[in-house]
Write a protein that binds this ligand. Structure first.
Ligand SMILES: [Zn+2]
Length: 331
């Protein structure tokens, strides 16, 4: 069953030379839109998608109106709802047309049929295991490096935007589409360095609507070690019994640049409001990367700068928490 899901190199080479995982992934995109009507239509629809840009002092937030994301944004992620539905990331339950390529030995790269990006992939582990980053972070480093020429990987925590919290997965977008990847000057100016030696740099970033940590290094072991230290500090300061709420973006060029967004809440009050006050926006890694997804037209039209500030205030950890995490991490 599993093997029947994997597209052969021979088939992929009809689209592109398959000399790297990145190229195979791009070839997979072409293969899927040529063989899967739903995906083809949804990627075509993306061409006419509406966007709005909000300028802040030194950085921007892009809002995208994307009807196709309604299912994901409003997904019920409580235990009962999850148990009652067939897992859409398990190989046996994939639509007949959906094929993938192997990555990192135990992951399948699949085209996401409900895209945010011109090329958007979901990367589930082959086994059905809960979404969990601590022990899988090395996989995220490997995957982001393999795809780094063209794509950026991201991760949504099980209670923080993952619509399949029961099945471990990453996603990948085209590189440099999320504003956070293009605002490094601003980010450096507003970062408080926690560690900086020849091999690795770790900093806390504030005054960016959402507060976060960044790790930069070309050393995989160090990246993993510093991530685990940060994770444990976040876990302790936010008093989490389980995985602390977080989203992660991992980009690789000559080294990794890992953005870690600890979260105060998953969804803002506007998500649950009725009538005029409702804004159906369920922030996850992409939104924290500066690209807000509104699946309802009315929300796209009415959302204001003040709403954006307020939504991040409710869902991002505050500066005091960042300071406490930083102090713990530096101990
Ligand atoms: Zn599954």
């Amino acid at each position: 069953m599993r093997n029947s899901r994997i597209v052969s190199d021979e088939e992929l080479s009809n689209y592109l030379e398959v000399n790297s995982v990145t190229n195979k992934t791009k070839a997979l995109f072409l293969h899927q839109i040529n063989n899967w009507e739903l995906a083809k239509q949804n990627y075509l629809d993306l061409n006419s998608i509406k966007k709005k840009v909000f300028e802040f002092n030194g950085f921007k937030i892009i809002v995208q109106f994307n009807q196709g994301r309604i299912v994901s944004s409003s997904a019920k992620v409580d235990i009962k709802s999850i148990e009652e539905r067939p897992c859409f990331l398990c190989t046996n339950n994939l639509p007949a047309e959906q094929k993938g390529i192997l990555c990192n030995n135990n992951y399948l790269i699949l085209l996401n049929p409900f895209p945010i990006f011109e090329e958007h992939f979901t990367i589930p582990q082959l086994e059905h295991k809960p979404q969990e980053i601590y022990s899988n972070f090395i996989d995220m480093l490997n995957t982001s490096k393999e795809l780094g020429e063209r794509y950026t990987a991201f991760y949504n925590g099980p209670k923080c935007g993952a619509s399949a919290p029961d099945h471990m997965h990453f996603q990948a977008s085209l590189k440099n589409i999320m504003p956070v990847e293009n605002e490094l000057n601003y980010i450096y100016e507003h970062s408080i360095e926690l560690l900086n030696d020849e091999k690795v740099r770790v900093a806390a970033v504030i005054n960016y609507l959402r507060n976060f940590f960044i790790i930069e290094t070309d050393d995989k072991t160090l990246a993993n070690e510093e991530f685990q230290k940060l994770y444990n500090s976040i876990k302790e300061i936010t008093s989490s019994d389980e995985e602390p709420l977080m989203n992660i973006i991992a980009a690789y060029s000559d080294r990794w640049r890992i953005y870690i967004f600890p979260r105060k809440a998953h969804r803002p009050k506007q998500f649950f409001a009725e009538g005029e006050d409702k804004i159906l926006l369920s922030p996850a890694a992409v939104d924290f990367g500066g690209l807000l997804i509104t699946p309802r037209k009315e929300d796209f039209e009415k959302i204001t700068k003040e709403n954006i500030i307020d939504i991040f205030k409710q869902t991002s950890v505050d500066e005091t928490t960042i300071e406490k995490i930083s102090a713990k991490y530096c101990k």
